[in-house]
Design a protein around this ligand. Structure first.
Ligand code: FAD
Length: 550
């Protein structure tokens, strides 16, 4: 098949007009076009008075070679890439070693699914509860009806951190093997809408995501894998390896005291498994710091964002709720950027620890709630971490900083898990808010109007104050005086990396494959799924090498 890109059509075009555009571009009569498959649809809104849809399509044509030979220079037509996934290994019959995967987030689930598809029958351990129970617990916490469960919440439990989210499924990671396609196809096979395969910036929405997650579990189990919930790994038991690496994985100590023999582990605990990072540091697994950002979540009325992005076309059904992406390089050297923007959604309480407040965002598939929300976060510098170091270069300093800010947010919100919030105008003026204005905050379990200055370090506040008016130059109305800022946005990515070698194994521990966002190799659902596939392939190679030695 051939791939034809950059087909521009007006918003209100018909299916037939798309086909006509293909024929015109290729300069072929209709009977030479045998098949046409949509690959991608994106929106070009650079000119608000002429918003267009841009398509890539795969076409099967008669006389393909002749067409390629006579195509005019510059025509974006090439052979369609082969994006099919091919298994890299097959478990030999009678293989005794069973791989263990820790974490039922997108990374752990895709690692387990791929291992199961290769016949390795993985055992997946997850500290939190199955998605149905976890949803009930988390929503009850948000409604103030139930205490926070530190083991099963917005961060922990089946589906991982992004289960209650917008379910955005795009990523900027390089993916030459097209593993992202495999992830999306598996999600569709588990119940996601097939449109995620063709839309430029796909999203699932939170309720669909929960169904999809259950589907992933069923597929793993049907292939002989096993998933255990409420099963926290408390310690990696290591032994001297005698080889190039000082340690070798021997077993896992579970929270119920059981010791599980384990020589091959994919560890995908997510960025919020702080106890897990502390344990790894203690037992001697090599860790390092990773840059991350902190800030606030901002809310505007969705129609304000739609108007700013789409102008007169706002509300057009083919456009949906508008997203945005903003970046500002502040004069104090910090970078301020929008993060995890959720059109038509809610701000949610995303803490996994008692006595701390963390914000994040979530939407349903329809994205039709009244507010748009986004993280507005600022890069941290080494000097921000210094006060939190136990020793120079302490890999856990970022976690100590996150905890401090989250505790400050808890206190500023009144100590009830309400989030501290401030009107944008008050924030810029440096005076506390005593009430909100025309824009209602969506955060559950509630907000406390106050001053955000005590929550965030000075350089972060200064960078945010500088960026907001700049963002309004790009998105009209962004500096609406009543826009609501809620704090604190700390779980943007992992503050720690568990470095790994070319075989994706820990640099100093044999048998351990750290993976996903917590290990510092992903940032988002799709990239975590992709890393899960890579981890599964590396694990398969490890298992086959071990079985050929024994
Ligand atoms: P996680 O998803 O964090 O999964 C790790 C799992 O490991 C957890 O379930 C945890 O319970 C388990 N675990 C941890 N420690 C242990 C242990 N010791 N023993 C056993 N199990 C353990 N990303 C997007 O791309 N799009 C979005 O729209 C989006 N929205 C988000 C909204 C919210 C509210 C949040 C919190 C995150 C959002 N993200 C989004 C980020 C995304 O969820 C993460 O990037 C992704 O989930 C990382 O995947 P992971 O598998 O590496 O880790």
């Amino acid at each position: 098949m051939l791939r034809l890109a950059e087909l521009k059509l007006p918003l209100d075009h018909t299916e037939e007009e798309l086909t006509q555009a293909v024929l015109r571009r290729l300069k072929i009569p209709p009977d030479q076009l045998l098949e046409q498959r949509l690959v991608k649809r994106s929106i070009d809104a650079r000119r608000r008075d002429r918003i267009q849809l841009i398509y890539s399509v795969d076409v099967l044509v008669r006389h393909e070679q002749a067409l390629m030979k006579r195509r005019r220079p510059g025509l974006p037509l090439k052979q369609a890439p082969d994006t099919r996934y091919r298994m890299v290994a097959q478990a030999p019959p009678g293989l005794e070693a069973r791989p263990v995967v820790v974490g039922a987030g997108p990374c752990g689930y895709f690692a387990a699914l791929l291992l199961a598809q290769m016949g390795f029958k993985p055992l997946l351990l997850e500290r939190g509860q199955p998605v149905k129970q976890r949803t009930q617990q988390t929503f009850a916490f948000w409604r103030g009806q139930q205490a926070l469960d530190p083991e099963s919440n917005a961060q922990f439990g089946e589906g991982g951190a992004g289960t209650f989210s917008d379910g955005k499924l795009y990523s900027q990671v390089s993916d030459p093997e097209h593993y992202g396609r495999k992830v999306l196809k598996e999600l569709v096979a588990c119940g996601a809408n097939a449109e995620i395969l063709t839309v430029h910036r796909p999203h699932i929405g939170t309720f669909k995501l929960a169904t999809v997650v259950r589907g992933l579990r069923s597929r793993i189990e049907a292939l002989g894998g096993e998933v255990r919930f409420g099963c926290r790994v408390d310690r990696l038991l290591l032994e001297p390896s005698g080889g190039e690496k000082p340690f070798s994985l021997k077993a896992l100590l579970l929270a119920d005291g059981q010791q599980l023999p384990c020589r091959h582990l994919v560890l995908a605990p997510g960025h919020s498994a702080r106890d897990c990072f502390a344990m790894l540091d203690q037992v001697g697994v090599q860790l390092e710091r990773k840059p991350f950002s902190v800030g606030v979540r901002i809310e505007h009325p969705q129609p304000l964002i739609d108007q700013a992005r789409w102008g007169a076309m706002a509300g057009h059904p083919r456009l949906g709720a508008a997203e945005y992406k903003l970046v500002h390089h502040a004069s104090n050297g910090r970078c301020v950027y929008s993060f995890c923007m959720c059109p038509g959604g809610f701000v949610v309480g995303a803490t996994s620890e008692e006595g701390r407040v963390v914000t994040n965002g979530m939407s349903q598939h329809s994205r039709n709630e009244r507010n748009a929300n986004s993280g507005l976060v600022v890069t941290l510098e080494p000097e921000d971490l210094q006060p939190y170091e136990r020793h120079p270069g302490d890999p856990l300093a970022g976690i100590a900083l996150q905890r401090d800010l989250e505790q400050r947010a808890f206190r500023s919100g009144g100590g009830t898990y309400a989030a501290p919030a401030q009107r944008l105008e008050d924030f810029l003026a440096g005076c506390p808010s005593t009430t909100l204005g025309t824009i209602a905050a969506s955060y559950q379990p509630g907000i406390t109007p106050t001053d955000l200055a005590p929550v965030l370090p000075e350089p972060i506040l200064n960078a945010l104050r500088e960026a907001l008016p700049q963002f309004a130059r790009r998105l009209r109305g962004y500096d609406h005086p009543d826009a609501v800022l809620t704090a604190v946005e700390t779980r943007t990515s992992s503050p720690v990396r568990i470095p790994r070698d070319g075989q994706l194994e820990s640099l100093n521990t044999r048998g351990l494959i750290p993976a996903g966002e917590g290990a510092g190799y992903a940032g988002g659902i799709l990239s975590a799924g992709i890393d899960g596939i890579r981890a599964a392939e590396a694990m398969a190679a490890q298992l086959l090498a071990a079985s050929s030695k024994s």
